[in-house]
Design a protein around this ligand. Structure first.
Ligand code: 4NP
Length: 161
């Protein structure tokens, strides 16, 4: 399974989502790919925001090696699932979709934990460090559901094979 996490700058929220899901899938027998991108180009090439790195480290996850990149239409071909952090990201991603197959890959990440509620991961960029703790906890809850879902799909696939 190939999963892409998307926010605005790719330095605060989606790098955390990438790091958390990678950590949750690290004990899986199968190879999965997790990446992240931003809908805007402001921070391309930069490492994650220091506050995101710090909160990840607090929970034993190292995201310091990540570098920001911009979401492109080609990502629809590269990834099976594309998770947006908020509705604005979602709209920007969908604006690049070519067909219903592209559209079907995209959802708000918090819908994994709270289906149909269309909750958003708040942008913590202009706030304090408590915002990053909240973002981490929200993402952790959804990444657990996503990782379990992927593990279940993998089991079903292995049974068939
Ligand atoms: P992110 O947060 O989308 O979670 O990476 C932001 C990062 C940078 C900016 C806004 C949000 N910015 O305006 O530069």
């Amino acid at each position: 399974m190939k999963v892409l996490m998307v926010c605005l700058g790719n330095i605060c929220r989606s790098p955390l989502a990438e790091g958390i899901l990678k950590e949750k899938l690290s004990r899986s027998d199968s190879v999965h790919e997790v990446d992240s991108a931003g809908t805007a180009a402001y921070h391309v090439g930069e490492p994650p925001d220091g506050r995101s790195q710090k909160i990840a480290k607090k929970y034993g996850i190292d995201i310091s090696g990540q570098r920001a990149r911009r979401f492109t239409r080609a990502d629809f071909d590269q990834f099976d699932r594309i998770y947006a952090m908020d509705r604005s990201n979602l709209e920007d991603i969908l604006a690049l979709a070519r067909d219903s197959r592209d559209i079907s890959k995209v959802d708000l990440i918090l819908n994994a934990a709270c289906p149909g509620e269309d909750r958003q991961v708040p942008d913590p960029y202009y706030g304090g460090s408590d915002g990053f703790e909240k973002v981490f906890q929200l993402l952790k809850t959804s990444c657990e559901v996503i990782a379990n879902d992927i593990a279940g799909l993998q089991q079903a696939h292995n049974k068939k094979a």
